[in-house]
Design a protein around this ligand. Structure first.
Ligand code: KG4
Ligand code: ZN
Length: 387
Protein backbone atom coordinates (compact mmCIF):
# COMPACT_ATOMS: atom_id res chain seq x y z
CA UNK A 1 0.00 0.00 0.00
CA UNK A 2 2.90 2.36 0.76
CA UNK A 3 4.27 1.68 -2.68
CA UNK A 4 0.91 2.34 -4.33
CA UNK A 5 0.45 5.59 -2.44
CA UNK A 6 3.88 6.80 -3.49
CA UNK A 7 3.12 6.01 -7.09
CA UNK A 8 -0.24 7.77 -6.87
CA UNK A 9 1.27 10.93 -5.43
CA UNK A 10 3.97 11.03 -8.10
CA UNK A 11 1.46 10.51 -10.88
CA UNK A 12 -0.79 13.24 -9.53
CA UNK A 13 2.04 15.75 -9.42
CA UNK A 14 3.19 14.82 -12.91
CA UNK A 15 -0.32 15.11 -14.35
CA UNK A 16 -0.95 18.44 -12.70
CA UNK A 17 2.21 19.84 -14.21
CA UNK A 18 1.42 18.37 -17.63
CA UNK A 19 -2.11 19.65 -17.63
CA UNK A 20 -1.64 22.97 -15.88
CA UNK A 21 -4.47 25.19 -17.09
CA UNK A 22 -5.79 22.53 -19.47
CA UNK A 23 -9.01 20.52 -19.32
CA UNK A 24 -9.38 17.71 -16.79
CA UNK A 25 -11.28 14.48 -17.47
CA UNK A 26 -12.53 12.59 -14.39
CA UNK A 27 -14.17 9.19 -14.03
CA UNK A 28 -16.65 9.31 -11.12
CA UNK A 29 -18.16 6.33 -9.30
CA UNK A 30 -21.17 6.45 -6.95
CA UNK A 31 -22.36 3.48 -4.85
CA UNK A 32 -23.39 4.91 -1.47
CA UNK A 33 -27.03 3.79 -1.53
CA UNK A 34 -29.26 2.15 -4.14
CA UNK A 35 -27.86 3.52 -7.39
CA UNK A 36 -24.76 2.21 -9.10
CA UNK A 37 -23.53 5.10 -11.20
CA UNK A 38 -20.46 5.90 -13.27
CA UNK A 39 -19.81 9.03 -15.31
CA UNK A 40 -17.11 10.83 -17.22
CA UNK A 41 -16.97 14.59 -16.82
CA UNK A 42 -14.62 17.16 -18.30
CA UNK A 43 -13.73 20.32 -16.42
CA UNK A 44 -12.91 22.76 -19.19
CA UNK A 45 -10.12 25.31 -19.12
CA UNK A 46 -12.58 28.11 -18.30
CA UNK A 47 -13.89 26.20 -15.25
CA UNK A 48 -17.13 25.09 -16.89
CA UNK A 49 -18.16 21.44 -16.97
CA UNK A 50 -19.17 19.00 -19.71
CA UNK A 51 -20.80 15.64 -19.00
CA UNK A 52 -19.26 13.14 -21.42
CA UNK A 53 -21.31 10.19 -20.16
CA UNK A 54 -23.55 9.50 -17.18
CA UNK A 55 -24.75 5.94 -16.58
CA UNK A 56 -27.07 5.25 -13.61
CA UNK A 57 -28.50 1.85 -12.73
CA UNK A 58 -31.16 1.93 -10.04
CA UNK A 59 -31.73 -1.06 -7.77
CA UNK A 60 -35.35 -0.15 -7.01
CA UNK A 61 -36.70 -3.43 -8.39
CA UNK A 62 -34.50 -5.47 -6.03
CA UNK A 63 -35.52 -3.43 -2.95
CA UNK A 64 -39.19 -2.91 -3.77
CA UNK A 65 -40.47 -6.19 -2.20
CA UNK A 66 -38.94 -5.06 1.13
CA UNK A 67 -40.37 -1.52 1.04
CA UNK A 68 -36.94 0.09 1.53
CA UNK A 69 -33.23 -0.27 0.81
CA UNK A 70 -31.74 -3.52 2.17
CA UNK A 71 -27.99 -2.88 2.70
CA UNK A 72 -26.85 -6.44 1.85
CA UNK A 73 -28.91 -6.52 -1.36
CA UNK A 74 -27.54 -3.08 -2.28
CA UNK A 75 -23.90 -4.14 -1.85
CA UNK A 76 -24.40 -7.32 -3.88
CA UNK A 77 -26.20 -5.44 -6.67
CA UNK A 78 -23.33 -2.92 -6.89
CA UNK A 79 -20.81 -5.77 -7.22
CA UNK A 80 -22.84 -7.42 -9.98
CA UNK A 81 -22.95 -4.40 -12.29
CA UNK A 82 -20.16 -1.95 -11.46
CA UNK A 83 -17.70 -3.27 -14.06
CA UNK A 84 -20.36 -3.34 -16.79
CA UNK A 85 -21.54 0.17 -15.98
CA UNK A 86 -18.00 1.49 -16.03
CA UNK A 87 -17.58 -0.09 -19.47
CA UNK A 88 -20.81 1.59 -20.60
CA UNK A 89 -19.64 4.98 -19.29
CA UNK A 90 -16.34 4.65 -21.18
CA UNK A 91 -18.05 3.49 -24.37
CA UNK A 92 -20.76 6.17 -24.42
CA UNK A 93 -18.36 9.06 -23.68
CA UNK A 94 -17.18 10.28 -27.06
CA UNK A 95 -19.13 7.45 -28.73
CA UNK A 96 -18.59 9.07 -32.15
CA UNK A 97 -14.88 8.43 -31.84
CA UNK A 98 -15.21 4.94 -30.35
CA UNK A 99 -15.38 5.91 -26.67
CA UNK A 100 -12.85 7.37 -24.26
CA UNK A 101 -9.61 5.57 -23.52
CA UNK A 102 -7.70 5.45 -20.26
CA UNK A 103 -5.00 7.73 -21.68
CA UNK A 104 -7.54 10.57 -21.85
CA UNK A 105 -8.65 10.19 -18.21
CA UNK A 106 -6.78 12.31 -15.66
CA UNK A 107 -8.04 10.86 -12.40
CA UNK A 108 -10.58 8.57 -10.73
CA UNK A 109 -13.06 9.73 -8.08
CA UNK A 110 -15.37 7.60 -5.94
CA UNK A 111 -17.81 8.24 -3.10
CA UNK A 112 -16.15 7.32 0.21
CA UNK A 113 -19.11 8.36 2.41
CA UNK A 114 -21.51 8.99 3.97
CA UNK A 115 -23.69 6.02 3.09
CA UNK A 116 -24.15 2.27 3.43
CA UNK A 117 -20.72 0.84 4.11
CA UNK A 118 -21.18 -2.33 2.04
CA UNK A 119 -22.02 -0.34 -1.07
CA UNK A 120 -19.36 2.29 -0.42
CA UNK A 121 -16.72 -0.43 -0.18
CA UNK A 122 -17.68 -1.81 -3.58
CA UNK A 123 -17.31 1.51 -5.43
CA UNK A 124 -14.31 2.66 -3.44
CA UNK A 125 -12.36 -0.60 -3.85
CA UNK A 126 -13.21 -0.80 -7.55
CA UNK A 127 -12.08 2.80 -8.08
CA UNK A 128 -8.83 2.25 -6.18
CA UNK A 129 -8.18 -0.84 -8.31
CA UNK A 130 -8.69 1.20 -11.49
CA UNK A 131 -6.42 3.97 -10.21
CA UNK A 132 -3.71 1.48 -9.37
CA UNK A 133 -4.02 -0.51 -12.59
CA UNK A 134 -4.01 2.56 -14.84
CA UNK A 135 -1.60 4.71 -12.82
CA UNK A 136 -4.13 7.49 -12.16
CA UNK A 137 -4.54 9.77 -9.13
CA UNK A 138 -7.43 8.81 -6.86
CA UNK A 139 -9.94 11.06 -5.08
CA UNK A 140 -12.20 9.97 -2.21
CA UNK A 141 -15.35 12.09 -2.44
CA UNK A 142 -17.84 13.15 0.22
CA UNK A 143 -21.27 12.42 -1.30
CA UNK A 144 -22.74 15.53 0.34
CA UNK A 145 -20.01 17.72 -1.13
CA UNK A 146 -20.81 16.25 -4.54
CA UNK A 147 -24.50 17.23 -4.15
CA UNK A 148 -23.36 20.66 -2.92
CA UNK A 149 -21.14 21.36 -5.95
CA UNK A 150 -23.33 19.94 -8.76
CA UNK A 151 -24.65 23.41 -9.55
CA UNK A 152 -21.14 24.39 -10.65
CA UNK A 153 -21.26 21.69 -13.30
CA UNK A 154 -24.58 22.72 -14.77
CA UNK A 155 -24.98 26.45 -14.05
CA UNK A 156 -21.38 27.60 -13.48
CA UNK A 157 -22.42 28.85 -10.02
CA UNK A 158 -19.48 29.32 -7.68
CA UNK A 159 -19.41 29.79 -3.86
CA UNK A 160 -20.41 31.53 -1.74
CA UNK A 161 -24.02 30.33 -1.65
CA UNK A 162 -26.54 28.93 0.78
CA UNK A 163 -27.05 25.23 0.12
CA UNK A 164 -30.34 23.53 0.96
CA UNK A 165 -29.51 19.83 0.88
CA UNK A 166 -32.59 17.60 0.96
CA UNK A 167 -31.96 13.91 0.38
CA UNK A 168 -32.92 10.50 1.75
CA UNK A 169 -30.37 10.64 4.55
CA UNK A 170 -29.80 14.38 5.09
CA UNK A 171 -31.64 17.65 5.46
CA UNK A 172 -29.54 20.69 6.16
CA UNK A 173 -28.71 24.26 5.24
CA UNK A 174 -25.02 24.95 4.73
CA UNK A 175 -23.13 28.12 3.90
CA UNK A 176 -20.77 26.98 1.13
CA UNK A 177 -17.92 29.48 1.45
CA UNK A 178 -15.60 27.60 -0.90
CA UNK A 179 -14.77 24.06 -1.94
CA UNK A 180 -13.70 22.33 1.28
CA UNK A 181 -15.07 25.21 3.40
CA UNK A 182 -18.58 24.50 4.71
CA UNK A 183 -20.47 26.03 7.62
CA UNK A 184 -23.60 24.19 8.71
CA UNK A 185 -26.48 26.50 9.58
CA UNK A 186 -29.41 24.16 10.28
CA UNK A 187 -30.10 20.46 10.25
CA UNK A 188 -32.91 18.01 10.92
CA UNK A 189 -33.45 17.05 14.54
CA UNK A 190 -35.10 13.76 13.54
CA UNK A 191 -36.00 12.43 10.07
CA UNK A 192 -34.48 13.59 6.79
CA UNK A 193 -36.99 15.06 4.34
CA UNK A 194 -36.58 12.22 1.82
CA UNK A 195 -37.14 9.77 4.66
CA UNK A 196 -40.41 11.58 5.50
CA UNK A 197 -41.53 11.20 1.87
CA UNK A 198 -40.54 7.51 1.87
CA UNK A 199 -42.34 6.82 5.17
CA UNK A 200 -45.45 8.70 4.07
CA UNK A 201 -45.54 6.58 0.92
CA UNK A 202 -45.21 3.43 3.00
CA UNK A 203 -48.03 4.45 5.38
CA UNK A 204 -50.30 5.15 2.40
CA UNK A 205 -49.30 1.98 0.53
CA UNK A 206 -47.81 3.93 -2.39
CA UNK A 207 -44.72 1.77 -2.76
CA UNK A 208 -41.02 2.48 -3.11
CA UNK A 209 -39.24 4.81 -3.73
CA UNK A 210 -41.58 7.07 -1.83
CA UNK A 211 -40.70 10.57 -3.08
CA UNK A 212 -41.77 10.18 -6.71
CA UNK A 213 -44.80 8.07 -5.60
CA UNK A 214 -46.02 10.78 -3.20
CA UNK A 215 -45.47 13.45 -5.84
CA UNK A 216 -47.48 11.49 -8.43
CA UNK A 217 -50.30 10.77 -5.95
CA UNK A 218 -50.48 14.44 -4.90
CA UNK A 219 -50.73 15.85 -8.41
CA UNK A 220 -54.51 16.49 -8.44
CA UNK A 221 -55.05 16.52 -4.67
CA UNK A 222 -56.58 19.30 -2.56
CA UNK A 223 -53.68 20.62 -0.47
CA UNK A 224 -56.05 22.53 1.81
CA UNK A 225 -58.20 19.55 2.86
CA UNK A 226 -56.04 18.38 5.79
CA UNK A 227 -54.50 20.85 8.26
CA UNK A 228 -51.19 19.13 8.98
CA UNK A 229 -48.49 20.56 11.31
CA UNK A 230 -45.79 22.91 9.91
CA UNK A 231 -42.82 21.57 11.92
CA UNK A 232 -40.66 24.19 13.74
CA UNK A 233 -42.38 27.00 11.82
CA UNK A 234 -41.31 30.35 13.29
CA UNK A 235 -38.78 28.88 15.71
CA UNK A 236 -35.56 30.84 16.36
CA UNK A 237 -33.18 27.90 15.78
CA UNK A 238 -32.77 27.20 12.06
CA UNK A 239 -33.39 23.44 12.28
CA UNK A 240 -35.84 21.08 10.58
CA UNK A 241 -38.13 18.35 11.92
CA UNK A 242 -40.31 15.92 9.99
CA UNK A 243 -41.08 13.07 12.41
CA UNK A 244 -44.22 14.81 13.75
CA UNK A 245 -45.55 15.39 10.25
CA UNK A 246 -45.13 11.71 9.43
CA UNK A 247 -47.02 10.78 12.64
CA UNK A 248 -49.82 13.20 11.70
CA UNK A 249 -50.10 11.45 8.32
CA UNK A 250 -50.31 8.08 10.05
CA UNK A 251 -53.09 9.28 12.39
CA UNK A 252 -55.06 10.89 9.57
CA UNK A 253 -54.67 7.76 7.41
CA UNK A 254 -56.08 5.64 10.28
CA UNK A 255 -59.01 8.03 10.66
CA UNK A 256 -59.83 7.94 6.93
CA UNK A 257 -59.96 4.13 6.54
CA UNK A 258 -60.65 2.66 4.06
CA UNK A 259 -58.45 5.01 2.04
CA UNK A 260 -59.72 5.83 -1.45
CA UNK A 261 -57.65 7.43 -4.23
CA UNK A 262 -59.16 10.88 -3.74
CA UNK A 263 -58.30 10.88 -0.02
CA UNK A 264 -54.76 9.72 -0.77
CA UNK A 265 -54.41 12.52 -3.32
CA UNK A 266 -55.64 15.10 -0.77
CA UNK A 267 -53.45 13.69 2.03
CA UNK A 268 -50.28 13.64 -0.07
CA UNK A 269 -51.00 17.13 -1.44
CA UNK A 270 -51.56 18.38 2.14
CA UNK A 271 -48.31 16.67 3.18
CA UNK A 272 -46.38 18.40 0.39
CA UNK A 273 -47.94 21.75 1.33
CA UNK A 274 -46.90 21.31 4.98
CA UNK A 275 -43.37 20.32 3.88
CA UNK A 276 -43.10 23.38 1.64
CA UNK A 277 -44.34 25.77 4.33
CA UNK A 278 -41.88 24.36 6.85
CA UNK A 279 -38.92 24.30 4.46
CA UNK A 280 -39.56 27.84 3.17
CA UNK A 281 -39.73 29.21 6.72
CA UNK A 282 -36.50 27.39 7.68
CA UNK A 283 -34.65 28.43 4.52
CA UNK A 284 -35.62 32.09 4.97
CA UNK A 285 -34.15 32.02 8.46
CA UNK A 286 -31.01 30.17 7.33
CA UNK A 287 -30.51 32.67 4.50
CA UNK A 288 -30.66 35.54 6.98
CA UNK A 289 -28.17 33.82 9.31
CA UNK A 290 -25.84 32.88 6.44
CA UNK A 291 -26.00 36.49 5.20
CA UNK A 292 -24.80 37.67 8.61
CA UNK A 293 -21.68 35.54 8.02
CA UNK A 294 -21.01 36.77 4.47
CA UNK A 295 -22.92 39.96 3.49
CA UNK A 296 -24.59 41.35 1.60
CA UNK A 297 -27.37 38.83 2.09
CA UNK A 298 -29.34 39.74 -1.05
CA UNK A 299 -26.38 38.69 -3.17
CA UNK A 300 -26.18 35.24 -1.57
CA UNK A 301 -27.84 32.78 -3.95
CA UNK A 302 -29.71 29.71 -2.73
CA UNK A 303 -28.76 26.36 -4.24
CA UNK A 304 -31.03 23.35 -3.76
CA UNK A 305 -29.61 19.84 -4.07
CA UNK A 306 -30.30 16.19 -3.20
CA UNK A 307 -33.03 13.78 -4.31
CA UNK A 308 -35.96 15.77 -2.86
CA UNK A 309 -34.90 18.76 -4.97
CA UNK A 310 -36.60 16.82 -7.79
CA UNK A 311 -39.99 17.57 -6.16
CA UNK A 312 -41.91 20.04 -8.32
CA UNK A 313 -44.05 21.56 -5.56
CA UNK A 314 -40.93 22.23 -3.48
CA UNK A 315 -39.12 23.68 -6.48
CA UNK A 316 -42.09 25.94 -7.15
CA UNK A 317 -42.26 27.12 -3.53
CA UNK A 318 -38.54 27.91 -3.46
CA UNK A 319 -38.72 29.72 -6.80
CA UNK A 320 -41.57 31.85 -5.44
CA UNK A 321 -39.51 32.62 -2.33
CA UNK A 322 -36.59 33.70 -4.53
CA UNK A 323 -38.81 35.90 -6.69
CA UNK A 324 -40.43 37.55 -3.65
CA UNK A 325 -37.11 38.20 -1.89
CA UNK A 326 -35.06 39.07 -4.98
CA UNK A 327 -32.70 36.16 -4.35
CA UNK A 328 -31.45 33.84 -7.11
CA UNK A 329 -32.43 30.19 -6.55
CA UNK A 330 -30.70 27.42 -8.51
CA UNK A 331 -31.56 23.74 -8.90
CA UNK A 332 -29.53 21.16 -10.76
CA UNK A 333 -31.51 19.44 -13.55
CA UNK A 334 -33.78 16.75 -12.06
CA UNK A 335 -31.60 13.88 -13.36
CA UNK A 336 -28.65 15.33 -11.45
CA UNK A 337 -30.62 15.87 -8.20
CA UNK A 338 -30.85 12.17 -7.42
CA UNK A 339 -27.63 10.17 -7.01
CA UNK A 340 -25.38 9.97 -10.06
CA UNK A 341 -21.74 9.59 -11.05
CA UNK A 342 -21.43 12.98 -12.77
CA UNK A 343 -21.68 14.82 -9.45
CA UNK A 344 -18.92 12.63 -8.01
CA UNK A 345 -16.71 13.19 -11.06
CA UNK A 346 -17.33 16.95 -10.88
CA UNK A 347 -16.45 17.14 -7.16
CA UNK A 348 -13.36 15.11 -8.07
CA UNK A 349 -12.44 17.59 -10.81
CA UNK A 350 -12.89 20.59 -8.50
CA UNK A 351 -10.60 18.99 -5.92
CA UNK A 352 -8.07 17.73 -8.45
CA UNK A 353 -7.46 21.16 -10.00
CA UNK A 354 -6.76 22.44 -6.48
CA UNK A 355 -4.18 19.70 -5.95
CA UNK A 356 -6.37 17.76 -3.51
CA UNK A 357 -5.91 14.03 -4.15
CA UNK A 358 -6.41 11.10 -1.75
CA UNK A 359 -4.28 8.28 -0.46
CA UNK A 360 -5.20 4.80 -1.67
CA UNK A 361 -5.71 3.56 1.90
CA UNK A 362 -8.56 5.98 2.61
CA UNK A 363 -11.45 4.19 4.36
CA UNK A 364 -15.19 4.20 3.66
CA UNK A 365 -17.15 6.36 6.13
CA UNK A 366 -20.77 5.62 7.05
CA UNK A 367 -20.92 9.10 8.63
CA UNK A 368 -19.09 12.05 7.19
CA UNK A 369 -20.57 15.50 7.94
CA UNK A 370 -19.80 18.30 5.50
CA UNK A 371 -18.98 20.62 8.38
CA UNK A 372 -17.00 18.43 10.76
CA UNK A 373 -16.74 21.23 13.31
CA UNK A 374 -20.52 21.63 13.71
CA UNK A 375 -21.87 20.46 17.06
CA UNK A 376 -24.33 17.54 17.06
CA UNK A 377 -27.96 18.66 17.09
CA UNK A 378 -29.60 18.12 20.49
CA UNK A 379 -32.51 15.74 20.12
CA UNK A 380 -31.25 14.49 16.78
CA UNK A 381 -32.33 11.07 15.61
CA UNK A 382 -30.56 8.52 13.46
CA UNK A 383 -29.40 11.00 10.85
CA UNK A 384 -29.39 14.27 12.77
CA UNK A 385 -25.88 14.38 14.26
CA UNK A 386 -24.50 13.47 10.88
CA UNK A 387 -26.21 16.28 9.09
O1 KG4 B 1 -30.01 12.21 -3.03
P1 KG4 B 1 -30.74 10.91 -3.15
O2 KG4 B 1 -30.92 10.31 -4.53
O3 KG4 B 1 -30.10 9.82 -2.24
C1 KG4 B 1 -29.54 10.13 -1.00
O4 KG4 B 1 -28.37 10.59 -1.00
O5 KG4 B 1 -30.28 9.97 -0.01
O6 KG4 B 1 -32.18 11.15 -2.48
C2 KG4 B 1 -33.11 10.11 -2.39
C3 KG4 B 1 -34.36 10.65 -1.73
C4 KG4 B 1 -35.39 9.56 -1.43
O7 KG4 B 1 -35.85 9.70 -0.12
C5 KG4 B 1 -36.47 9.83 -2.46
O8 KG4 B 1 -37.76 9.41 -2.03
C6 KG4 B 1 -36.38 11.34 -2.59
O9 KG4 B 1 -35.00 11.61 -2.59
N1 KG4 B 1 -36.98 11.81 -3.85
C7 KG4 B 1 -38.05 12.64 -3.90
C8 KG4 B 1 -38.36 12.79 -5.27
N2 KG4 B 1 -37.46 12.07 -6.01
C9 KG4 B 1 -36.62 11.47 -5.10
N3 KG4 B 1 -38.77 13.22 -2.92
C10 KG4 B 1 -39.82 14.00 -3.31
N4 KG4 B 1 -40.19 14.18 -4.59
C11 KG4 B 1 -39.50 13.61 -5.60
N5 KG4 B 1 -39.86 13.80 -6.87
ZN1 ZN C 1 -27.57 11.63 -2.51
Amino acid sequence: MTCATDMETTTAAALRTDRAGGPTVVLGIESSCDETAVALVRRNTDGSGTILSNVVRSQWEQHRPFGGVVPEIAARAHIECIAEITGDALATAGADSGGIGWAEIDCIAATAGPGLVGGLLVGLTFAKGLALAHGKPFLAINHLEAHALTVGLTDAIRPPYLLLLVSGGHTQTVLVRDIDDYHRIGSTIDDALGEAFDKTAKILGLGFPGGPAVEAAARDGDAARFALPRPLHGRAEPHFSFAGLKTAIRREAERQQPLDDATIADLTASFEAAVCASVIDRVQLAHRLAGDLTAPVRDLPIVVAGGVAANKRLRGALETLGAECGVAVYFPPIALCTDNGAMIAWAGAERYVRGLTSELDVAARARWPLDESAAPIIGAGRHGPNA
